[in-house]
Design a protein around this ligand. Structure first.
Ligand SMILES: NC(=O)c1ccc[n+]([C@@H]2O[C@H](COP(=O)([O-])OP(=O)(O)OC[C@H]3O[C@@H](n4cnc5c(N)ncnc54)[C@H](O)[C@@H]3O)[C@@H](O)[C@H]2O)c1
Length: 299
């Protein structure tokens, strides 16, 4: 059976990498972006990634770039959107897609945290719409969270889970469409406490990161928290929670410490300072360290 034809909308950080993964797995991929220079550089970026990974560079020939949204999606079986994280932009885009796509095409959004219901709620055929949350870089991180809404059909979810398993990803089904899905809820629960530890003078930012990287971060890739709870015992976990949970941050909104950093223009690496200061060399070294680690984990 022919492999489903894929259309990827948005050729930025995530979109070009998603297109690359589908193409490498043998799918014909159409890639589009409203920003001409981003679209123009997309195949070069895919080629550079394939070379760097030692993968088959001829896969890039399966990626067809076009500036025309209708042309990109007209014959697609599966359409995934990776444009910027803005609810109204995504809503308007899917309204347009609905008018141009085949009636049986599956429509997916790669939003990081916005409920799929909010993005897809205005569509006429909501049973074919869902979320697929990939992680950056898409060609190095295996997980794809597949999120349905109250309207999504079982057939659309099954198709999408199988599609992503077949291209070598690790798809998981998220049963309720909640903000942040599973991965970003877990990740940002940790970040909230990380910020609170600094805000409350318990340690500095570098120490937070060292504690994680030199302790439970070492285990996390092979031992999830609930496996770990079973390993140490749910009774011990309960005793720890009775002592620790009342003491950790549970404020519902963003930390005032984080808000102050942003207000002061301390936006992290892009301005040279955030929780810590960053020289250009330190930034380059950090990027290289993360890529090396993720590549080694693929083997
Ligand atoms: N960056 C990450 O780590 C990451 C991880 C997972 C999910 N996501 C999500 O993936 C999506 C894309 O993120 P990104 O980091 O690739 O962003 P990005 O800014 O790198 O790329 C977005 C691209 O979309 C294009 N675009 C904007 N509006 C468009 C439109 N109407 N039609 C066609 N193209 C349009 C832009 O020109 C840009 O090239 C966002 O929803 C984001 O939250 C990002």
């Amino acid at each position: 059976m022919a492999k489903p034809r894929i259309a990827v909308i948005g050729a930025g950080l995530m979109g070009h990498g998603i297109a690359q993964v589908f193409a490498l797995a043998g799918h014909a991929v159409a890639l589009t972006d409203s920003h001409a220079p981003t679209l123009a550089s997309a195949t070069d970026r895919i080629l550079a990634n394939l070379r760097d990974l030692g993968e088959d560079v001829t896969a890039v020939a399966r990626v067809r770039v076009t500036a025309d949204l209708g042309e990109a999606i007209a014959d697609a079986d599966y359409i995934v959107e990776a444009v910027r994280e803005d609810l109204s932009v995504k809503q308007a885009l899917f309204a347009e897609i609905e008018g141009l796509a085949r009636p049986d095409a599956i429509l997916a959004t790669n939003t990081s945290v916005i409920p799929i219901t909010d993005i897809m709620g205005g569509l006429k055929k909501r049973q074919r719409a869902l979320g697929t949350h990939w992680w950056n870089p898409p060609y190095l991180v295996p997980l794809v969270e597949v999120i349905g809404t109250q309207w999504t059909s079982v057939a659309a979810l099954d198709f999408t889970l199988r599609l992503h398993a077949d291209i070598g990803k690790t798809p998981v089904l998220v049963k309720k469409d909640v903000p942040g899905f599973v991965g970003n809820r877990l990740q940002h629960a940790l970040w909230r406490e990380a910020i609170a530890l600094v805000e409350n003078g318990i340690c500095d930012a570098e120490t937070v990161d060292t504690v994680i990287k030199a302790a439970f971060g070492r285990r996390l890739a092979v031992l999830g928290p609930l496996e770990n709870a079973d390993l140490v015992g749910t009774d011990l976990t309960l005793a720890i929670h009775r002592t620790v949970l009342p003491a950790i941050d549970s404020r519902p909104g963003p930390s005032p410490y984080l808000e102050k950093l942003v207000a002061e223009g301390k936006l992290g690496m892009k301005t040279g300072e955030g929780f810590r200061t960053w020289t250009a060399e330190q930034q380059t070294a950090l990027h290289a360290r993360v890529l090396k680690h993720l590549k080694a984990a693929l083997k």
